[in-house]
Design a protein around this ligand. Structure first.
Ligand code: ADP
Length: 302
């Protein structure tokens, strides 16, 4: 269990983390979500005792991480996949970690096997792709067989097969009763990975709840309509008071039910090829709730 209590971190005039409190429980994969610059990495660094908070506390299973000798047996972490000695082989890198944490040597081979790097164990890390480095970082996190695991953007650089593997691994680790805390700036990455969410924006807590509860916050239901006569239908729907977006022959309509749209189309002899109501999506809820806290909007001059 990770307990974050009124945590604050200031860098000069920048408040990276602002009075943040949440709990990450064992037995779940908890996604740590927020736009770039929201304060995720800063929070994770404080969880792992790499940065000192300006205020507040973080404990892991009741202890501060720094107070634990042989830390890798208590908490495994992947913060930055590039943060490795490139001149070493994968096996040598893990062996150094194992020795300094008094972890049996056999764990090195076990975790290399587990992450799919057994065949590359003797290769220098400098020749590894980002995806391979992510796998190596995950191997290092697993080395001490810890009850708590923390990963900062672990899906970056993984190919689709790698993403599928990592999701399965996280779910298995959680099912074994471990605490699994995974950050991402993309809702789409968390949708099939996490079952609990901690969402932050500009260093502040936005939500800490299940994925299902979070999705229910997306308030606007929209209806997708495909028709060869999109222009006619769009103006009919607008006259009825709907908000209509158009992308080629597909209209995205809010403010009118699918039934009403179907009736209007029928009445005006507009053929419909598709009519679908989309439930409030996670992505939509995420966009709505974090809109105010996005540091740089796409297209905005920097
Ligand atoms: P995220 O991981 O969510 O992208 P970060 O924790 O990296 O966010 O950054 C949060 C904020 O803190 C950003 O505005 C960032 O510029 C600032 N920040 C992070 N680290 C430092 C630092 N060492 N010195 C000054 N500002 C920092």
């Amino acid at each position: 269990m990770i307990e974050v209590n009124e945590l604050t971190k200031r860098y000069g005039g920048t408040t990276a983390v602002n009075d943040l409190s949440f709990t990450v429980r064992p037995g779940h994969v908890t996604g740590f979500l927020g736009p770039n610059g929201a304060g995720k990495s800063t929070t994770l660094r404080m969880v792992l005792g790499l940065n000192d908070p300006t205020g507040g506390t973080v404990t892991i299973d009741g202890h501060r991480f720094r107070d634990r000798p042989r830390g890798l047996r208590h908490v495994g972490a992947l913060l930055d996949a590039h943060d490795v000695h490139g001149g070493r082989s994968a096996a040598a890198h893990l062996s150094v970690l194992a020795r300094s944490n008094r972890i049996p040597r056999r764990r090195v081979d076990e975790v290399l096997e587990e992450v799919g790097l057994a065949a590359a164990r003797r290769r220098r890390i400098s020749g590894f792709s980002l995806g391979m480095k992510q796998r190596l970082g995950i191997a290092a996190a697993l080395l001490g067989d810890p009850p708590v695991l923390v990963f900062d953007e672990p899906l970056n650089g993984l190919d689709p097969e790698g993403v599928k593997w990592v999701r399965g691994l996280f779910r298995r680790l959680a099912a074994e009763g471990r605490t699994v805390f995974v950050s991402s700036h993309l809702m789409s990455e968390m949708e099939n990975t996490a079952d609990q969410l901690v969402v932050i924006g500009r260093g502040r807590l936005i939500a800490a709840e299940s994925l299902t509860e979070f999705a229910a916050r997306g308030t606007r239901l929209s209806v997708s309509v495909r028709t060869p006569d999109a222009a006619t239908l769009a103006s009919l729907l607008t006259e009825e008071g709907a908000a209509v977006g158009q992308d080629a022959d597909v209209l995205t309509v809010t403010g009118l039910s699918a039934a009403r749209i179907g009736e209007l189309a029928f009445h005006h002899r507009v053929p419909l090829h598709e009519l679908t109501t989309s439930a409030a999506s996670l992505e939509e809820a995420f966009m709505e709730l974090t809109a105010d806290s996005v540091e740089y909007l796409a297209g905005e001059p920097r």
